[in-house]
Design a protein around this ligand. Structure first.
Ligand code: R5P
Length: 310
């Protein structure tokens, strides 16, 4: 087994290599003067089970292209099997034609990864579970919920926790966390009139006196969470914190979270935290390195990956 990393999330790749007790594969990913990407795998991969870890996070197009070129390099170097390990699968939100004459970019990106030569995909909390079906190769979609539940048990009084989905679309994910914690569930009825702007219509469930835990897959501008936190506090919640799988945090999102009423925002390291994230007083990063390490180990040994979530 060999694990290689692009430039998107080296910190996580090193932690996964540590878990697997193997060195990170030697590979040079550099730019030509015109910014085209060049990849050189600097060790033999002939006949090897190769894992390439790369989140297609910001800058999404550069990171995606790096991944595709790394897969191509491994395929042309006679790797036996190539698994694209995408802790964060970008372009996932473009998963249907929301209006006429628009693309389904999530499907296009899945096709590109497959055509480049990946044999399998390993990812985390896809924006919609059915995106798994966009890949015509075996795809394992891991869940951060067990990691989040463990962290919540260590840091919160679960007897007063209420799990909250910040929109109707996230109820399945929120229910999974609520049932692991044996906690009640509430839902925020969010509407989006245009992309990037959300507003809360209603809070469904009695949140008064509760420590509310919002759970979602992605935080991008932060609008969804900040609005939800305000609505929950206005409805009598004692405190509001949030657990997110993917800290996209674009634009002024970090500043918005710092000045928000959120007690804390907990994100995983599926996307490498920026210096601003590391410095933010109310943002905490929990790692998914063991989860990915174990899933890679099980894939290599042809063992069940779904067992990880029993
Ligand atoms: C939407 O369906 C997603 O699950 C997130 O709620 C959304 O992407 C968050 O975006 P923002 O932070 O920009 O409100």
């Amino acid at each position: 087994m060999k694990l290689f990393s692009g430039n998107a999330n080296k910190r996580l790749a090193l932690a996964v290599a540590d878990y697997l007790d193997i060195p990170l594969g030697r590979c040079e990913v550099r730019r030509f003067a015109d910014q085209e990407i060049f990849v050189e795998i600097q060790e033999n991969v002939r006949g090897q089970d190769v894992f390439i870890l790369q989140s297609t996070s910001y800058p999404a197009n550069d990171n995606l292209m790096e991944l595709l070129i790394m897969i191509d390099a491994a395929r042309r170097s006679s790797a036996k099997r190539i698994t694209a390990v995408l802790p964060y699968f970008g372009y996932a939100r473009q998963d249907r034609r929301s209006q006429g004459r628009t693309p389904i970019s999530a499907k296009l990106v899945a096709n590109l990864i497959t055509q480049a030569g990946a044999d399998r995909v390993l990812t985390l909390d896809l924006h919609a579970g059915q995106i798994q079906g966009f890949f015509d190769i075996p795809t394992d979609n891991l869940y951060a919920v067990p990691v989040m539940a463990r962290d919540l048990r260590a840091n919160y009084d679960i007897s007063n926790v209420m799990v909250v989905s910040p929109d109707v679309g996230g109820v399945v994910r929120a229910r999974a966390l609520a049932s692991r914690l044996n906690a009640p569930l509430a839902i925020v009825d969010k509407r989006r009139d245009k992309p990037g702007e959300s507003k809360v219509m209603n809070v469904i469930g009695d949140v008064s006196g509760r420590d509310c835990i919002l759970i979602d897959d992605i935080i991008d501008s932060g609008g969804t969470l900040v609005n939800a936190a305000e609505a929950l506090l206005a409805n009598g919640a004692t405190s509001v914190a949030a657990y997110l799988s993917h800290g996209v945090l674009s634009g002024g999102a970090v500043a918005r979270i710092i000045s928000s009423q959120l007690k804390e925002l907990v994100i995983t390291d599926s996307i490498e935290p920026t210096a601003a994230v590391d410095a933010a007083p109310n943002i905490r990063v929990i790692t998914i390195s063991d989860l990915f390490g174990e899933a890679i180990n099980r894939t290599a040994l042809e063992q069940s990956v779904s067992r990880l979530f029993d």
